[in-house]
Design a protein around this ligand. Structure first.
Ligand SMILES: NC(=O)c1ccc[n+]([C@@H]2O[C@H](COP(=O)([O-])OP(=O)(O)OC[C@H]3O[C@@H](n4cnc5c(N)ncnc54)[C@H](O)[C@@H]3O)[C@@H](O)[C@H]2O)c1
Ligand SMILES: O=C(O)C[C@H](O)C(=O)O
Ligand SMILES: [Mg+2]
Length: 629
């Protein structure tokens, strides 16, 4: 508890913080410093140590037909390319014409039957010319995020053995024990800023996909580049292959990973420890994002590493922040102030790492609003009803998961509501009449007609449904079902993208995408640019509050509680700036590159945003200059 209280002391009241500018006005010297250390790197030529075909086959440096004639001469490329020098815009037009051919017979949107074919075309571009790939992605993020990221990335992981062409990222397997410290030097980049690592044990809601889960790390890092502007030469997707418990993969002769059951217990932890030591030895400043580890390990590994390494778990912490921002938006959408959040009755279906992450953070947020003390923390507990595969969790539950224990309903209290241990979701919704129904269960269709009918009796003027499980088929319900059964007034968010619903008479039922993509890129970028050695609770809270405050009053009243993906680069910049600010306030910011902590302290709020913006990579071709090794 004392730890919690000190976090609370470190941060002032939620509402106040949302709009507060706690930074002193800037001195001319600080402003000049901000300008000088934000010079972008892309103006400088890039030195390369290869020429000729080696350049064309290197996606980091290849420009294809956009190599100018002088550059072709300088790099021994004359005659190796068609003679017409193209601009990068012309290249993109040519590429897009090819990509769009697939759309002639396609329904657009998430159920696009050509999604996998589009992924292949984009992946081939990624393999041969990274700059152009990210330009296409950034300029068309709304259209292609669902291809390179959720939901198509799930399909890619499921079909990875057939789709695999060139490797991307690094694989550390149980067979590599004792070798990782040297293996890590096989990666060609001297500098790595961001690693996304998975062990493939719980990919989206698709279960254990073993080594094929590498696709999720690649997809997350695509967003790091596209949304956060992390330099693509400084990202590293990692798969830790400790085996798989997926019986189909164990028997599949075409499976690409270790065909043995997963390591467990101390043996498992030793592998992850060795990996962490190796990557932090080579790249002491790297940030490691843990992704799609099964819940059994996700929370334990987070506790193990979070105070000693610069790391976070996206499914636990990123998801929690996105959910809180959405929950606060849902309160505002009812025409009530955010401070009413502690009055919300919330039913959560799913008590895995994602559900528990949301519950812990929501409870702390309520407690802060209620007065930041133990009794506030205790009273916040009673706002949650948690249902897992065995039904309502009460204190009567045998062998209760210690992480779910704090949310078990007291038996007397549950009985008074006509509920008992293991009560079904529909019974719970009927009796509780919640304001919010939030799903992180990975069970598609869990919010059945019966459950949604029961939600019609909600005591809220505007009930909210968060069907957050991924990919599309795992969503607890669709927006069509939500609006048609519960009513036009409902607030709806889903983890995977769905189309808005036509409610007739020109009215639209808005489908929000409640996905951790709105936070993890900004958390990573903000941590990087602040130089904080850890990712603190305060930094995560600042990220979440920034997302909550991003939506205007008018938007939330119209049921829009998350921004559209087309704004993801802007929201990520703001989130990163909020994270940098919080790191400065908490005295965690040690600086980044030429910028030391004192210089960071002197920056005004606007300058921090500028600092972040100027350090975001843009997909422009640099001039290449050859030098011998
Ligand atoms: N939208 C997002 O940003 C986001 C972020 C993280 C995770 N997720 C999604 O959340 C889902 C869960 O992730 P996790 O790591 O917590 O998984 P998990 O498998 O560890 O947890 C699933 C939980 O759901 C419960 N459950 C299963 N069947 C149920 C039922 N019939 N009724 C109620 N509860 C039931 C299980 O008992 C368990 O507690 C996945 O689909 C994942 O894609 C979404
Ligand atoms: O990957 C996503 O789309 C969100 C989340 O991290 C998940 O595991 O479902
Ligand atoms: Mg995930």
């Amino acid at each position: 508890m004392s730890n919690f209280s000190s976090q609370l002391r470190a941060s002032s009241a939620l509402i106040k913080r949302l709009r507060q500018n706690r930074f002193p006005s800037t001195s001319p010297a600080a402003a000049a410093a901000a300008r000088s250390f934000t010079t972008t790197e892309c103006n400088r030529p890039t030195i390369v140590h290869k020429r000729s075909l080696d350049i064309l086959h290197d996606p980091w440096f290849n420009k294809g037909t956009a190599f100018s004639m002088t550059e072709r001469d300088r790099l021994d490329l004359r005659g190796l390319l068609p003679p017409n020098v193209m601009t990068s815009d012309q290249q993109i037009q040519r590429f897009m014409a090819d990509l769009k051919r697939l759309e002639v017979h396609a329904r657009d949107g998430p159920a696009d039957p050509n999604a996998l074919a589009k992924w292949r075309i984009l992946n081939r571009l990624h393999d041969r010319n990274e700059t152009m790939y990210y330009k296409v992605l950034i300029d068309n993020i709304e259209e292609y995020a669902p291809i390179v990221y959720t939901p198509t990335v799930g399909l890619v992981c499921q079909n990875y053995s057939g789709l695999f062409r060139r490797p991307r990222g690094m694989y550390f397997s149980a067979e590599d024990r004792g070798e990782m410290m040297s293996m890590v030097y096989n990666w060609p980049a001297e500098q790595v800023d961001m690693i996304v690592v998975t062990d493939g044990s719980r990919i989206l809601g698709l279960g254990d996909l073993g080594v094929h889960g590498i696709g999720i790390a690649v997809g997350k890092l695509d967003l790091y580049v596209a949304a956060a502007g992390i330099n693509p030469q400084r990202v590293l997707p990692v798969m830790i292959d400790v085996g798989t418990n997926n019986e189909k993969l164990l028997k599949d002769p075409l499976y690409l990973g270790l065909q043995e059951h997963r390591l467990d217990g101390d043996e498992y932890v030793e592998v992850i420890d060795e990996f962490m030591e190796a990557v932090y030895t080579r790249w002491p400043n790297v940030i490691v994002q843990f992704e799609d580890f099964q819940s059994k390990w996700a929370l334990k590994l987070l506790q193990r590493y979070r105070n000693s390494y610069r790391m976070f778990n996206d499914d636990v912490q990123g998801t929690a922040g996105v959910a809180i921002a959405g929950l606060l938006g849902a309160v505002r959408a009812q025409g009530r102030p955010m401070i009413d959040f502690p009055k919300q009755k919330i039913v959560v279906a799913g008590a895995g790492s994602a559900g528990i992450g949301v519950l812990n953070t929501a409870r702390k947020t309520m407690a802060r609003m209620l007065g930041n003390n133990e009794s506030a923390f205790e009273s916040a507990r009673s706002q949650f009803w948690v249902v897992d595969a065995k039904g309502l969790i009460t204190e009567e539950r045998e062998n209760i998961d210690p992480d779910a224990q704090p949310f078990a309903r007291k038996v007397n209290e549950a009985n008074r509501q006509g509920l008992g241990e293991g009560a079904s979701l529909v019974e719970v919704v009927r009796q509780v009449k919640p304001d919010v129904l939030l799903g992180l269960s990975a069970v598609g269709g869990l919010f059945s007609k019966e459950v949604l009918e029961a939600l019609k009796e909600s005591t809220s003027t505007r009930p909210a449904i968060f069907a957050m499980s991924n990919p599309t088929n795992n969503a607890e319900c669709t927006p069509d079902e939500a609006f048609s059964i519960v009513g036009d007034n409902v607030i709806f968010a889903s983890g995977s993208p769905f189309r808005d619903v036509d409610l007739g008479n020109g009215r639209v039922g808005h489908c929000n995408q409640g996905n951790n993509m709105y936070l993890f890129p900004g958390i990573g970028l903000g941590t990087l640019l602040s130089g904080s050695r850890i990712v603190s609770d305060g930094m995560l809270q600042a990220a979440s509050e920034c997302l909550a405050a991003y939506m205007t009053e008018e938007e939330v009243l119209n049921g829009v509680i998350y921004p559209s993906t087309s704004r993801i680069r802007d929201i990520t910049k703001e989130v990163a700036a909020a994270v940098v600010k919080e790191a400065i306030i908490e005295d965690l910011a040690e600086g980044y590159r030429g910028v030391d902590s004192r210089e960071l302290q002197r920056l005004s709020q606007e300058e921090i945003v500028e600092y972040v913006k100027n350090n975001m990579w843009n997909p422009d071709y640099p001039t290449l200059v050859y030098k011998e090794d």
